[in-house]
Each structure stands twice: as structure tokens, then as C-alpha cells.
Ligand binder design. Sequence first.
Ligand code: GTP
Length: 596
Amino acid sequence: TDQSLIRNFCIIAHIDHGKSTVADRILQLSGIVPEREMHDRFLDRMDIEQERGITIKSQAVRVPWTFDGTEYTLGMIDTPGHVDFTYEVSRALAACEGAVLLVDATQGIEAQTLSNLYMAIDHDLAIIPVLNKIDLPSAEPEKHAEEIAGLIGCEPSEVLRVSGKTGEGVADLLDQIVMDVPAPHGDPEAPARALIFDSVYDSYRGIVTYIRMEDGELHSREKVHMMGIGMTHEPIEIGVISPDMTPTKALGAGEVGYIITGAKDVSQSKVGDTLTSAVRPASDPLPGYRDPKPMVYSGLFPVDNAQFPELREALDKLKLNDAALVYTPETSVALGFGFRCGFLGLLHMEIVSERLSREFGLDLIQTAPNVTYEVTGEDGTVHHVTNPSEFPEGKIKRIVEPMVAADIILPKEFIGAVMDLCQENRGQMGTMEYISTDRVEMHYRMPLAEIVFDFFDQLKSRTKGYASLDYHEDGEQSADLVKVDILIQGDRVDAFSAIVHRDKAYSYGVMMTKKLRELIPRQQFEIPIQAAIGSRIIARETIRALRKDVLAKCYGGDITRKRKLLEKQKAGKKRMKMLGHVEVPQEAFIAALSTD
Ligand code: GTP
């Protein structure tokens, strides 16, 4: 394809502003998806994406569009919208020359609208501002066009208005893309260089890698080399998606397409890597290769320990498609065998655990999320602690925790509530700007550990759902943190240990001991439940003793009835875990570890 007739663009939007709906409408309008095959959200193929209404993996579709009598080839790249997948968003943006900035006309600019916009500006993309959902009676296009114009420095009249639902304005949007998005300008004669902006595992085809050709041409029979990880692969097929996989003989400069190789899992074909020809390799890779780095860790344990091998198998399968997921076996005194897993963020964690239970039928207990702390002991040894059990005993010289820069957009009446919340979570306030007369953007620097706990839910509930949050890594900082242990009848229960700020240690201790007192049934002896920092007890509850005489209810000598009762009691015991002499019901672990 002649590069001057190519336009590569992506749609960037805050979650739920209608990106997938508009993308579907574009496919339909271009005629590549027949009306009768058009089902909602054609681009989101994974079930879980459909159900949760979020896009996890980006995809790229080739869409023909005729403007002024000339047929253009549009490459539409779908980007994930959530903070956890920022790196994937940034790679998808790097594969484009333009971005459609989509804003819900009933909501206006939100936190991820801004983070995505700033990333698009960083990549020098042409920005096409668009208001979506103008069919809704509650849409306020005038007000929000003003907001957007103020943000990107255009006239409010230049902000397009569309409805993904009715299709209104979408054809104009495509015309605008042809006019405003620059054509690619790679060197067609140079050695082939392509950016990998997505890589997915398909059970039929193996690894499907999405690439954007920068320079040169790639032929279907040419061996390819991944410059970052240094692996060479034999191509099985190359092609374009329109809207299904269509094999082609070659991909030229500026084109977006896919390549299928013999790669075993996505870590052999990584997002951000540069793909070149093994026969005539490029000398320098494209900028931007980075290994995904887990930010949040948590333990996953099968409720039934016999399911441990199945859990391992399931994680291995998920890993095929998820280079960011890491896991190592872990043993817990209380929970048995499981895995310590690392995730990009909370959403990533939720998705993984939900897929494990839904797609693999696993019943799991998940321990509280933990960030990575750098703990220096008195002898100067540095420990990287991703699990409270790795917290060194004895005197600690210094603890450093990861920080994030958080941007929060909210209606001004909630400023006070959000300031309180951020303060409670050790946030340091930065600047605050009005983005319109009634909404502000606040900037905070905060420990990631606080965000990971239940900050987002709190933010939503304290602002009636009106605030939006975005955050990114922002170095680290030393903090006064301690490990709080929970002891049942004097024995430490590893699953309940937590690393918390000293100011919150007491309230964590009180909360956990109270919770456990209610969750653990009375037994034939008294059970003390304590919270401790080192050997110092900071909270205590007691479960009083009880003599449970099940046979007392059988007055007569009916032996069958007695036996039945005894059997019932035995069955009940199966669901119990023994901690020392104390029986703790499985549910107590699950309930005690949940944040609600
Ligand atoms: P992610 O891809 O998961 O980031 O979300 P999204 O931005 O793609 O949002 P999606 O397309 O799933 O739309 C969110 C909701 O808004 C859905 O319930 C859509 O039906 C609805 N929606 C999208 N566009 C319009 C529109 O133009 N009008 C109306 N009335 N509803 C719309």
C-alpha cells in the first residue's frame, strides 16, 4: 500500500466513554462487517471483556474509507483504557500518527482522558477531539466542548459530535481522520523494522503478534528477529485484520498487521520489542522496549489443597497470554500450598483471580495485596519484601516504599472529602486546577500501598461515584512501617500478617482481632486472639470456652439419631483448618482477608 494513503489512528478515552461502541460503528460504516454479523462490541472477543465491559487487550483492524473519491486504508488500533495497562496503551499510541480523543458528552473529561491525552501528546500524535453519546438527553456538548477546547487549545466548534449508539457523526469523524492524521513516513528501502504493540495467545493459532511496520518490507517467508529479547522466529503467516485475519504476502512501511510465529508464549514475542528481518536486520531497535514490572503481590491458595496442581496449570495457561503475570510457589502454615503472584495493579489482579475461578473452576483464597518494600536491616542487608513473611526479624534501619503520583478529577463540592481521604492515606497534596467552573483536578503524591488497599472504593463512595483516578509510578520514599502479626492462642498465623504504617498498626490489629473473634466459633477452651508488633501485643480479644454437647438433645436412647448427629458434626469438621489446637473454619480466612 502506498504510504500516503495510510492513516493509523487509535481511540483514547476514559473507561465507559464509548470507545468500543464507536469502534464497532466505524467497522460497520466501512462495510467490512456485514450488518447481520454485527454484534455489540465486535472488537472485544474475550468473554470476560464482554461481561466486565472493559478492553484488556488491544487489537488492530484495517478499515477502508473513501474520501473525496480516493480510497484510504485506515489502521484502527484499539487501546486498553485502564491505568494498569498504561504500558500497553503507550505502545499502541506509538503505532499511530493520530488519536481520536473521545469524551462522553454527559460526563466530560475524566482522569484517564487526561493521562491518555498527555501520552498521545508525548508521542506527537495529531489529536481529534470528539464528544460521544450526544443522543442522550443529559448530554451537555456545549459545556464539555468548551472544556476540551480549553485543554487542547482549539475552538469549541472544532470538537466533533458523534453518537456511537445511533451512528450520527461517525462518517464525518472518518473524513476528519483522513484530513488530520498524517500519513506514515517510514523508509520503504531500509531494513525492515516493526514495533510489536500487542501479542496474544490463541489456542488455535499460537502467538499472534500485532505489529506496526516502520521501515522496509517484511515477507511471509522471511525469518524474523526480536531485537530486545534476541530471539529468532520462523514466520508461519503474516497478514492484516479486516475484520478477520487475512494472510498477505508482505507488509510494507506504514502498514499495521499481524504475524504468527512459532513463539511458545507472549514472553517470546513481547509488547514494545522491535521485530526485524533475520536475513537483513536493522541496526537499531525502535525506542521504548520495557519489561512489564509487577507492582502488587498477593498469595493465591486453593481452598482445597488437592487443587494445587490445577492452580499451577491454570497459571501456566494464563501466562501464555500475559507476560506481566509472575508467580512462584509459596507455602503458608495456615493456607497450605499456593503461589505468590505479581500483578501490574489491582485491576490486573482482579482479572487474574476472576479468570482462575471462572475459566478454571478454582476455588481460591487470596491474601491481602502487598507492594514491594525495600527493607534494610541493622547489619545493612537489603531485603526486597513482597510478602509480610519475608519481613526481617529484629531491628530495622530503613524501609522504603513505592510512591505514585495520583491525579483525581472531581466536582468541586467534593474537594473537602477527597482532601480528607488523601490525608488519611498519607497523601502529600500538590497543585489543584479548575478544568471547568465546577470541576477540579487535584494532584497528590501517595504511597502505592495505600492506593492498593481500598482507596479507589473509598474515593468512589465519598464522591458518590463522581471522582476519577489515575496514577503512575513516582519513585519511592522511606516510611515508618511495621509488620503486624496476628496470633491465635499464641501462634502466629502467617496469612494475616500485614505491613502497615505505624499510625495504622493499632487500628489494623483491633480490626483483625475483632473480625476473627466473630468468625471463629467457640471451642472447648478459651482462645486468645492477639495482634502484635514483634513481641509487643497491641490488641487482644478472647473467645470464651464452650462445652458443645451435641448429644444432650437426644433424650431417649435412639441410637440412629445419635449417630446421625455425630456424623453431621464430623462432616462439619472437614471444612475446618487446625491452627495448633484451634479449629478455624475455611470461611473465616476468606472473610477475614476480604476488605469489606
Ligand atoms: P472500554 O473499551 O472497556 O474502555 O469501554 P468503552 O470506552 O469502550 O465503553 P463502551 O463502548 O463499552 O461503552 C460504554 C457504555 O456506553 C455502553 O453501555 C454503551 O452502550 C454506551 N454507549 C456508548 N456510546 C454511546 C452513545 O453514543 N450513546 C449512548 N446512549 N450510549 C452509548
